[in-house]
Ligand binder design. Structure first.
Ligand SMILES: [Zn+2]
Length: 140
């Protein structure tokens, strides 16, 4: 299984330079990249810095995520190709974290009718039953 195949589910990450991210997820850790030139931190990790265009990034454990706020959410009712229909309906959303990162991911641990814009969420690494890994949002 390639890194791309291992990283599935509903979250989005760049399709390049994700090996270290997947390896960390397999160890139950979240990692980000930090630009050595301007200090910007990116989660999900990026290989290049969109702020200063540098390609000198370092990998860091992403412990600064802290508590985010749900900016928007939706419920997927139709199973996406390659996913187990038992996982649907599936809440997904975008959360804003204190360092400015916005993260799109599946939302777990809350009933769909209890989702609210502005609710507090945290980022959690997750191993899926089929051997893939991902990150999800859970209530903080
Ligand atoms: Zn930079």
């Amino acid at each position: 299984m390639t890194e791309i195949e291992k990283f599935g589910h509903f979250a989005f990450i760049r399709h390049s330079g994700i090996s270290k991210y997947v390896e960390a997820l397999e160890q139950g850790k979240l990692t980000a990249t930090r630009c050595r030139k301007c200090g910007s931190v990116y989660f999900p990790p990026r290989k290049f810095c969109p702020k200063c265009l540098a390609d000198d990034m370092e990998w860091i454990e992403y412990e600064q995520a802290g508590e985010g706020r749900l900016l928007s959410y939706s419920i997927l009712y139709l199973a996406v190709a390659g996913f187990d229909e038992k996982e649907f309906p599936a809440p997904v959303g975008v959360a804003q974290f204190p360092d400015g990162n916005r993260v799109y991911a599946r939302i777990e641990g809350v009933a769909p009718d209890s989702l609210r814009v502005g609710m507090r969420v945290k980022l959690v690494p997750k191993a899926l039953p089929d051997g893939r890994v991902t990150h999800v949002l859970q209530p903080a």
